[in-house]
Design a protein around this ligand. Sequence first.
Ligand SMILES: [Zn+2]
Length: 210
Amino acid sequence: MHYFISPALKDSGGVYLSAGIHGDEPAATEGLYQWAELHRSVLRELPVMVFPCLNPWGLIHNRRTDSENRDLNRCYNLDSIPRIQAQKEVLRARRFRLAICLHEDYDAQGAYLYEIRNKLTTFGQELLAAAGFYVPIDPRAKIEGRRADQGWIARKVNLKKFPVIAEAIYLAANHSDRTITTETPSEYDLSARVQAHIAMIQRAVELSFV
Ligand SMILES: [Zn+2]
């Protein structure tokens, strides 16, 4: 498992960025790499932890799952998957002000995102505004069965109702004050989707440290 920890990252207060847990969502990984590349000269001073590709086998084979046909984003409740155990181990005792998990969706009609924020103000619309320079915003009133407002889906984590099986829920339950899952429409032009991800990461990092 590859990850990057900035020397500026403390035990709490930083930003967690991850992509590629689903291998068939290449703009997420590419966007995160390109964002890091663009900020190479200042990355040491930004308190970030970056997991650029949580499922490399899937990315190489253009598959959602890992080599054993598991959707890793449905496995955070398990203790039996070395890759996820290793990640849990490096996250232990860390607390982030923001965690972003980057994804794509082939059903999407534009960019959208989920935000779990407890009592904090929302970031979601700002991130979507940044993405909107490159891809449309998903206009549907309901996305994946949830009520959406111009691409923004507010989520609450009810741990009694939701088993902690997804990365974002695991982070929200254990490590992050605010958790965002971004989605770009994977049927759109790849370079526009990459740009949309870069713009959302950039805006989120800016908003986190103002
Ligand atoms: Zn995904």
